[in-house]
Design a protein around this ligand. Structure first.
Ligand SMILES: C[S@@+](CC[C@H](N)C(=O)[O-])C[C@H]1O[C@@H](n2cnc3c(N)ncnc32)[C@H](O)[C@@H]1O
Length: 308
């Protein structure tokens, strides 16, 4: 048990703990009651909103926000969605039923797992969704293309290194809680409840050699990127030119930037990062189209430059 879980040793304290961490939403949630709460399962177990969990109590995400979170992550049939701390299973089931994705719910409470399996059978999605009894800090979820969470700020931060190490382009959606200095790429509120989206950025910090090919021949350059999470800036050395890059934008494995060469020609670069290589197309201001390849020089540097 973590220090945090030790703080929520009784259901009453759990609710207060939750309320303290979620001043905007927890109290209204509990006061309004839970219309979305799960029914009893075959063994007569009836979940109770605010019941103790391992590291955080159970409070279900409302259906409207579940839908919005899955829309924000643009979940589709090719996705594998993992809900960390899946409660009654509603997010994983909605991903399978409404978005045709494969899904996995990881939940510590075995009775909630049984309830989720029953709900999946009722929804007719047992071929797409499964539930595992386990600890979110021990389970391997690296194969997910989308991760959903409704945890606590400290738990999000504890998971952050693992989330940042996932495949670039993996989407993470969190109900209510953020990820410290890793700012979200998008946010959206439904009935005053916020959902946040992050796209795992490719690691691009460091030096790269660049070769561009176009109608006027081949150009060699050296690129240097600085990175803090998805925020990237860069400089280029091309012959005796040493200049900043414009419009640098990283979204998952997609990296776009603009460079002005020694002759004052502005060129847009639109590439995909594949490990130690970036490949893509160029478009010059005069309309000339070309291609480019960049190769990393030196080791992969960390994305997470700020420790919260
Ligand atoms: C706030 S509820 C969210 C449930 C669901 N994801 C949703 O949004 O409706 C958090 C859930 O995480 C579970 N949980 C707490 N600590 C956990 C852990 N270490 N591993 C797995 N599940 C955990 C709790 O039992 C609870 O069901």
């Amino acid at each position: 048990m973590t220090d945090h879980s030790e703080q929520i040793s009784t259901p009453r304290r759990s609710v207060l703990q939750w309320a303290a961490a979620a001043p905007l939403l927890a109290l209204p949630t509990l006061a309004r009651g839970q219309t979305n709460a799960a029914p009893a399962n075959a063994d007569g177990f009836k979940p109770r909103v605010g019941q103790e969990g391992k590291d955080v109590i159970w409070v279900p995400t409302p259906d409207t926000l579940v839908e919005r979170m899955l829309q924000m992550a643009m979940v589709g049939p090719n996705d594998f969605v993992v809900d960390l701390g899946s409660g009654d299973g509603k997010i994983a089931i909605a991903a399978a039923r409404d978005f045709k994705a494969r899904a996995l719910g990881v939940e510590f409470n075995p009775q909630m797992v049984a309830l989720s399996r029953q709900a999946a059978a009722q929804a007719g999605v047992t071929d797409k969704v499964r539930f595992e009894e386990g600890d979110i800090f021990k389970v391997d979820f690296t194969q997910a293309s989308v991760v959903t969470m409704y945890l606590l700020p400290a738990l999000n931060l504890k998971l952050r290194p693992q989330l940042l190490a996932m495949r670039p382009g993996t989407r993470i959606v969190s109900h209510q809680f953020t990820m410290g200095s890793w700012e979200p790429d998008d946010s959206s509120s439904v009935e005053d409840r916020p959902g946040y989206l992050w796209i795992v950025p490719a690691p691009v910090a460091g030096t790269w050699t660049l070769t561009s090919r176009g109608p006027d021949g081949e150009t060699e350059a050296r690129l240097a990127f600085s990175q803090s999470f998805q925020k990237v800036s860069g400089r280029v050395r091309m012959g005796d030119l040493n200049a900043g890059m414009r419009m640098v934008r990283l979204a998952g494995d997609r990296l776009d930037f603009e460079l002005m060469d020694q002759r004052g020609q502005l060129r847009m670069y639109d590439g995909r990062v594949r490990g130690d290589r970036i490949e893509g197309r160029t478009l010059a201001a005069n309309g000339a189209v070309g291609s480019f390849v960049a190769n990393r020089v030196g080791p992969v540097l960390p994305i997470e430059t700020v420790r919260d």
